[in-house]
Write a protein that binds this ligand. Structure first.
Ligand code: ZN
Length: 244
């Protein structure tokens, strides 16, 4: 029997009364659970298997089965504050979908779990702290975890450490270019993007994080080729408009 913490990434109906919940577990990577009777009001699982909730699950792992039967699920944190803040929720949904679709299959994903747990925990509890950097930080960590390390501190042309915001950024390669190397050239990146990277580097609050977020998403897309399939990005874009 396995007992592990888990965050549900995606859930869908399996029958009139049951769910299938795909969860990122702390110990076993992504596991698909069949949750019999999960849709009933008196289900013992209650909110424990709601998407993005943090729970502890107990199950017997059958390596020959695609779906695992869940024995118990105990809700640890439903992420109430995060759900009430649409922008945080939209960002968390993008994180969940990226992990679901692009994390390596069939292996433990301890770092991915730690990173998603921390980000959702920050969305939940960072009421008085700036929330703006949480998603960018998560994207940076994900680049690192999946082998696409992004160096925001160095000019890719002259190799010097940046002592001011970079002048340009190339999402195809992840390269930053300093003002001296760019010279009189016209940057392709927006000023908000490189400003955002600069703030991130010094751990300061990013004012318009969507530019840095989109730039790193574009960088990731060039490396793993996704985004078109990430449905929750549309919801994030729609939600961002409400906050302008
Ligand atoms: Zn340079």
């Amino acid at each position: 029997m396995i007992k592990t913490r888990a965050i549900v990434l995606h859930r869908y109906a399996y029958s009139d009364s049951s769910w299938i919940a795909k969860a990122l577990t702390e110990e076993c990577g992504i596991v698909s659970f069949i949750v019999k009777g999960g849709k009933r009001k008196e289900s013992p699982f209650k909110g424990a298997l709601d998407p993005l909730a943090l729970s502890e699950v107990i199950f017997r792992q059958n390596p020959n089965a695609e779906l695992q039967f869940i024995r118990e699920a105990t809700l640890l944190d439903w992420r109430k504050n995060m759900r009430e803040d649409l922008l945080s929720l939209a960002k968390a949904q993008v994180m969940a979908e990226i992990i679901l679709r692009y994390a390596p299959a069939g292996v433990p994903l301890e770092s991915e779990f730690a990173s998603l747990e921390r980000a959702t925990d920050e969305f939940e509890h960072a009421k008085d702290l700036p929330k703006s950097n949480i998603f960018v930080n998560w994207l940076m960590e994900t680049c690192d975890m999946w082998g696409y390390n992004l160096n925001l501190g160095t000019c890719s042309r002259c190799g010097k450490s940046l002592d001011a915001p970079a002048a340009d950024f190339f999402p195809e390669t992840g390269a930053l270019v300093c003002q001296e190397c760019l010279g009189t050239g016209t940057p392709r990146a927006r000023a908000e993007t490189v400003q955002g990277f600069w703030k991130l580097l010094s751990n300061n609050e990013i004012e318009n994080p969507q530019f840095a977020e989109n730039a790193i998403l574009a960088y990731l897309r060039h490396h793993i080729g996704f985004l078109k399939d990430i449905k929750s990005i549309q919801f994030l874009n729609d939600t961002r408009k409400l906050y302008l």
